[in-house]
Design a protein around this ligand. Structure first.
Ligand code: ADP
Ligand code: AMP
Length: 220
């Protein structure tokens, strides 16, 4: 199965991808995670992306599209399918993705729109904590780790993403409304859109999505 996860920052794309990847046996490809890893490694791509990410702006289309094209064309673990998280984020990226997927004959089956309201995503982003070691996601109130500041999975230290501060969150939300929200319509026009109320608990959203997948596979 191949799908794209759409929705504002904090809608729960990474959380849902983690819940679904085992059940669906597909890869989770997050451009945000890949770019943060490139920054950590100090690669030239990471260095180019750094200032955009720190400001909450989008990394230029050309850089991110080149990155995703390389992942989709060269990664063996995308054979069984994948969930794209954080890509596409602009109309240009959506069009480039359609071109790439046509070239490799891997059409997208679903565009899942995690529709979440502003007060909810703001609380999620300010309370988000991430394991520095394995990337597991936590939330100070919704999903606290058992021991404060320590990952339940690997005992790595938890940190707050530097772009999860109020000023940068505001920019990211504006960037989302101007650039990313319009591609919901793009996928609706393609007949691929599934809209889900993502203010609900993650487990509830997961069940709703599994139901959609089951109903569609029964039809086909
Ligand atoms: P995104 O990938 O869309 O930016 P994340 O999956 O990283 O969002 O989630 C942001 C924060 O909100 C995390 O701290 C996560 O634990 C929490 N969260 C995500 N989805 C839900 C949900 N449905 N209910 C409650 N908390 C959630
Ligand atoms: P995320 O982890 O999805 O919240 O992304 C963190 C940051 O990485 C964003 O605020 C952007 O600066 C950058 N980024 C991630 N994906 C993309 C993309 N598809 N296009 C442009 N910038 C991106």
């Amino acid at each position: 199965m191949r799908l794209v996860l759409l929705g504002p920052p904090g809608a729960g794309k990474g959380t849902l991808a983690n819940l679904l990847k085992e059940r669906l046996n597909v890869a989770h490809i997050s451009t945000g995670d890949i770019l943060r890893q490139e920054m950590k490694d100090g690669s030239s791509l990471g260095q180019e992306a750094k200032s955009f990410i720190e400001r909450g702006d989008l990394v230029p289309d050309e850089l991110v599209t080149r990155l995703i094209e390389s992942v989709l064309k060269n990664n063996a673990n995308t054979d069984k399918g994948y969930m794209l998280d954080g890509f596409p984020r602009t109309k240009q990226q959506a069009e480039d993705l359609s071109r790439i997927l046509k070239e490799i004959n891997q059409p997208i089956e679903y565009a899942i729109y995690l529709d979440s309201t502003l007060p909810v995503v703001l609380k999620r982003l300010t309370g988000r904590r991430v394991c520095r070691n394995c990337g597991a996601l936590y939330h100070m109130e919704n999903k606290p780790s058992k021991v404060n500041g320590i990952c339940d999975e690997c005992e790595g230290p938890l940190y707050q993403r530097p772009d999860d501060n109020e000023t940068t969150i505001k920019t990211r939300m504006e960037v989302y409304v101007d650039n990313t929200q319009p591609i919901v319509t793009y996928y609706d026009n393609e007949g691929l859109l599934q809209r889900v109320d993502a203010d609900k608990d993650a487990s509830e959203v997961e069940s709703i999505l599994m139901k959609i997948f089951d109903e569609n596979s029964a039809k086909n």
